[in-house]
Design a protein around this ligand. Structure first.
Ligand code: ATR
Length: 277
């Protein structure tokens, strides 16, 4: 441990937050770049009732970076000094930087979707089916819309899908129209369906999956979700939820420290923590 009186704090807040892997991943990266004297990443459970105190505390304590996770990504917006236009459009921030007392909010979630997809395909004019219409879905829609994809959002609560569709000028459907997904080039799960402990569940029946598709699951516990297992069996190209986690972590790392993220170190740390190696 290399912490001194000059070490700057990077903090993740959420409720709950004890499951977060951010401290391990970022601290491993600080160590690898030998900047662990400059930065330390810790976590704090913050109740939604205390949200108004967060940004004043960040300023008072000189906290350099603040990562927000559920349920704070939207409620913190009104306390910031500046919001990146992309975060404004998505309607959520997950990365906040304290620049000499000026607190600036960014969203890196969409990068976690855009980059892994860009590595596999050019999204222009591709048909994308996004399952879910919550906070994660907004970042995914933004990522795909800005790259010229044709998107349909499917959701259990159709009204929520309709609202998103209006806002982003995309199509919407209820989950009772999932058979349409068979003709999509890319399928993205933005719901929590299939997450441990309900890992036997899947958002999309396997008969709608095929070898011409790319299937991206935002769920990363388990690593091999039922959706991704079915997709692999159908011969589809799969993208694991860990890719989203890593790409958005790399982007945050740069925002907080100014350094390029040591990607392989962060990947290794995540995979060994999840027991995937
Ligand atoms: P997040 O910020 O992670 O997106 P959220 O805003 O709570 O979380 O959104 C969760 C999404 O998963 C919603 O689209 C939700 O559908 P509803 O809008 O109908 O609630 C979807 N979801 C969660 N569990 C589901 C389930 N068992 N079946 C269908 N959809 C589910």
């Amino acid at each position: 441990m290399n912490i001194t009186a000059k070490t700057k704090i990077i903090l993740i807040i959420g409720d709950p937050v004890s499951h977060s892997l951010s401290p391990q991943i970022h601290n491993a990266a600080y160590q690898a770049l030998r900047i662990d004297q400059e930065y330390v990443h810790i976590a704090a459970r913050v109740s939604p009732d205390d949200i108004a105190q967060i940004i004043p505390s960040m300023k008072a304590l000189g906290i350099r970076g603040l990562t927000c996770t559920i349920p704070h990504k939207t409620s913190i917006l009104s306390y910031l000094d500046w919001i990146d236009p992309v975060a404004m459009k998505i309607g959520a921030v997950n990365s906040i930087v304290n620049d000499a007392g000026v607190v600036k909010g960014y969203n890196t979630d969409w990068i976690g979707i855009a980059r892994p997809l860009q590595k596999k395909i050019d999204l222009k004019h591709k048909t994308v089916a996004i399952i879910g219409a919550g906070g994660a879905s907004r970042a995914m829609i933004y990522a795909c819309v800005t790259q010229g994809a044709n998107i349909t959002v499917y959701n259990r609560t159709v009204e929520k899908a309709e609202k998103l569709a209006e806002e982003f000028t995309i199509r919407f459907q209820g989950m009772d129209h999932l058979e349409e997904v068979s003709s999509a080039d890319i399928l993205i799960n933005a719901t929590s369906i299939g997450m441990t402990p309900e890992s036997h569940l899947t958002p999309v029946p396997k008969q709608f999956l095929s070898s011409r598709q790319i299937v991206f699951d935002a769920v990363y516990t388990p690593f091999e979700t039922q959706l991704l297992k079915d997709a692999a069996t159908a011969g589809a190209t799969v993208i694991h939820g860990t890719e989203m986690l890593l790409e958005e972590a790399y982007a945050k790392f740069k925002l907080y420290t100014g350094f390029e993220a040591p990607e392989e170190i962060m990947r290794k740390e995540l995979f060994s923590t999840l027991g995937i190696l």
